[in-house]
Design a protein around this ligand. Structure first.
Ligand SMILES: [Zn+2]
Length: 507
């Protein structure tokens, strides 16, 4: 029987490639946190070289020789029918990655990487000046390259499918479009009821909230969640993110606002959820697909579960609100727990995705999904994007950006060439709600535990069912294994209706 140990020549080769990828991740982390702005040109060159090397090694003849030792070159089946589950999963997933990578020529990958690094810098300048024209030539180049990439990768229905598959394997526009349409209808109905409610939660006082205390409180929350600081650290960046070089070195960042304490609190909970997933991967599988997350949607389900299902619950704040008040006695002195809970669950249509509440957030995603699909299909020109964006925002949420800074230039994703990424955020919300309901079933006293500040049983539940498996199971298979059913958006609606029904006193 073939076991994972028998695949040692392959896993050792993959580990070297993982080292290059970890090195590249350190450089990217540094680029977002401590690198001087002037270093961006040189950094783009270094990243292009390192990522090019990783791609070259992964698509080298040695790799092919290794794969065909265990896989039938003609039909992709595993030669040993008795191979154990981990060995099968590694071979299946490596073959998937290999086939995707092999279709992309190395010069194309380097060119795309360099184009995106320069676009990132141009996007920063354009956003600062709120001038889309500065970004337009870069975005035009990226859209052309992404269409080229889809053509290299191949697809059966639409070019977009080839791109979304990189982030959410197996996902297609023909699954997303009806799913999002159903969700849009249900969310619109709930939003209308909330907007009709006479309840209007008061906003939290606008500070001042001391930056160092915010970072200390963020660390407190992260520690309570089980995020290990001996295997991680917390820094500041313009856009909060998580990056893992290895399960023993997983870094999270947050942003800090003197006027809005929730920005940092919920960034820490969100990134902490991502961080727990990466720290929970099995180090023994580092370098293999079993040491990697299933998909971006699944990764996002972990951050959303902590940020929203746990992080915006009354139970969590019964424990932590007294401590938060102690940390910020000035601004929070007159805010009760119930007022705080209502404030952090305020639903209001707005312009900025990352500041949106957990209901209207999904409209921001659906707008981006529809626009990026049109860009890739060639139905929308990048030159016409700002107008299309503003119309879509007005059409779905009834808000119109005053300029492109609070419109089309707000997100980094397209500057990074990440087309097909946005849907994974809403998929993450849907997965999270489905897991959350199951966790409440499996851990009967979960609300009481959370009220007592005991988050470890939930962490263990997530580790055991999701984190430690890496890519052993697909997103679909994992959902079925854990919850007994395929992706079902009704769980998300039930969760939202339960929470907002109580806060907004809906009939
Ligand atoms: Zn996230």
């Amino acid at each position: 029987m073939l076991t994972l140990a028998d695949l040692h020549p392959l896993t050792a080769y993959l580990t070297q490639i993982a080292h290059l990828q970890s090195a590249s991740s350190v450089l990217s982390w540094d680029q977002e946190t401590y690198m001087p702005r002037g270093g961006s040109g040189a950094r783009a060159e270094v990243l292009a070289t390192v990522q090019g090397l990783a791609h070259e090694r992964f698509t080298a003849p040695e790799m092919e020789e290794l794969l065909w030792r265990w896989i039938d070159v003609d039909n992709g089946t595993i030669l040993d029918p008795e191979a154990d589950a981990p060995a099968r999963a590694v071979l299946r997933e490596v073959l998937r990655d290999y086939r995707r990578a092999k279709r992309l020529p190395t010069p194309f990958v380097s060119h795309l990487e360099r184009t995106c690094a320069l676009a990132h810098e141009a996007w920063l300048g354009a956003r600062e000046k709120r001038d889309y024209a500065l970004f337009l030539p870069h975005l035009t180049a990226i859209v052309t390259l992404k269409r080229e990439e889809a053509a290299y990768l191949g697809y059966s229905e639409t070019a977009y499918d080839a791109l979304v598959d990189a982030f959410e394997p197996g996902m297609t526009a023909s699954r997303l479009t009806p799913l999002f349409a159903e969700l849009k209808t249900a969310l619109s109905a709930l939003l209308a009821r909330i907007m009709d409610s006479p309840v209007r939660p008061a906003p939290l006082p606008a500070g001042p909230y001391d930056a160092q205390r915010q970072l200390a409180f963020g660390s407190l929350l992260l520690s309570a969640m089980g995020y290990r600081f001996d295997h991680g650290r917390l820094d500041q960046s313009a856009h909060p993110f998580t990056t893992g070089f290895h399960p023993t070195d997983v870094r999270v960042t947050t942003r800090v606002s003197a006027e809005d304490v929730t920005s940092s609190l919920f960034s820490c909970l969100h990134e902490g959820g991502h961080g727990l997933y990466d720290q929970g991967l099995d180090p023994a599988y580092y370098g293999t697909p079993l040491g990697e997350a299933v998909s971006l949607g699944m990764h996002e389900s972990q951050s959303r579960l902590w940020e929203n299902c746990v992080g915006r619950s009354i139970e969590l704040w019964r424990h932590f609100y007294p401590l938060l008040r102690q940390a910020f006695p000035g601004p929070l002195a007159r805010v009760s727990l119930e007022e705080f809970h209502a404030a952090i669950n305020t639903v209001k249509p707005s312009l900025i995705r990352v500041e949106a509440d957990e209901l209207t957030y999904n409209f921001h995603i659906i707008v981006r999904y529809e626009l990026e699909q049109q860009l890739i299909a060639g139905q929308l020109s990048p030159a016409d994007l700002p107008q299309a964006w503003n119309e879509a925002m007005h059409g779905t949420l009834g808000v119109t950006p005053r300029d492109d800074g609070e419109g089309v230039l707000q997100d980094i994703h397209w500057a990074h060439g990440a087309f097909g990424y946005f849907p994974t955020y809403t998929l993450g919300n849907l997965y999270a709600a489905q897991f959350w309901q199951q966790a409440q079933r499996d851990l009967a006293d979960l609300p009481t535990l959370i009220e007592g500040g005991r988050l470890d049983p939930l962490v263990s539940w997530l580790r055991d069912r999701i984190h430690r498996w890496g890519r052993t199971h697909s997103s679909d298979a994992l959902l079925r294994r854990i919850t007994g059913e395929p992706l079902n958006p009704e769980h998300f609606m039930t969760y939202l209706e339960g929470k907002f029904g109580a806060i907004y006193r809906l009939a």
